[in-house]
Design a protein around this ligand. Structure first.
Ligand SMILES: [Zn+2]
Ligand SMILES: [Zn+2]
Length: 248
């Protein structure tokens, strides 16, 4: 197995929350940083970003954050989004001139709003989401391979068992990778155990916030109200396509 991946997976399992979300965050951040450092003049990246009207909301703001933290002048973002803005301008211009043409007037039918709506649809999805999906798939399949090869007490699986476990979207994504029945059973039992523990921590949190018990010090339940959100929807700024996993 890829040694670098094992090191990264171990570190991700030692951090709070879903290790697959942590890996996705790290990989996407590295990818966006590389875009800013190495690809600001790459025509294919500019074209791809322009076709998608830039990145999705969380990834665009992550790009801005990285640029602010690492390249305070913002030139990389300005170069990329210059292409995005130019493409939007030319699409708007093309749509308006076609609507004004006599042919368009004769054709009637579609309103200007619907023409604009069609002109402004994106041809591509977010580039960072696409890369994130690839790296997530790699992590999920490597983990399942290890579960299959090494059993339930070894390697990545032992690291995973001691971690917070997969968030719900990544648990569903694991199921989507067609693991064996035995692996599914282990994953489901582990998920059930971790969910029961989180539910108990939430109960304890609420109990210690109620008047008669307010003097009791908080334990590991202290941040359970934040962790439960991560557990259900994934980490902040990790856009996960739950709809991909609606059916197997
Ligand atoms: Zn996750
Ligand atoms: Zn994205």
């Amino acid at each position: 197995m890829n040694t670098l991946f094992v090191v990264e997976f171990r570190q991700a399992c030692q951090q709070k929350g879903c290790p697959f979300c942590t890996l996705a965050q790290q990989h996407t951040r590295r990818y966006l940083s590389r875009l800013l450092y190495e690809y600001t003049l790459a025509p294919d990246i500019h074209q791809r970003l322009a076709q998608a009207r830039g990145l999705c909301n969380p990834h665009a703001w992550l790009l801005q954050y990285i640029a602010h933290a690492e390249q305070p002048d913002g030139v990389g973002v300005a170069l990329f989004y210059g292409s995005v803005a130019e493409r939007l301008h030319s699409d708007l211009q093309a749509c308006l001139s076609s609507a004004r043409s006599s042919h368009a007037r004769r054709a009637g039918g579609s309103s200007l709003a619907s023409r604009l709506w069609n002109c402004l649809q994106t041809e591509e999805t977010c580039l960072a989401c696409e890369r994130q999906a690839e790296s997530e798939r790699y992590a999920l399949t490597q983990f399942l391979q290890d579960l299959h090869d090494s059993g339930e007490e070894e390697g990545l699986v032992r690291l995973y068992r001691d971690s917070a476990g997969a968030c719900l979207p990544h648990f569903l994504a694991l199921l989507h990778e067609s693991p064996s029945e035995q692996a599914v059973l282990w994953l489901a039992q582990t998920q059930m155990y971790k969910t029961a523990r989180l539910a108990a921590q939430l109960q304890e949190f609420v109990r210690k916030r109620s008047l008669p018990f307010q003097n009791e010090p908080m334990g590991e339940e202290r941040d359970s109200w934040v962790r439960v959100i991560e557990q259900m929807i994934g980490k902040r700024a990790v856009p996960l396509r739950r709809s991909d996993h609606r059916s197997l």
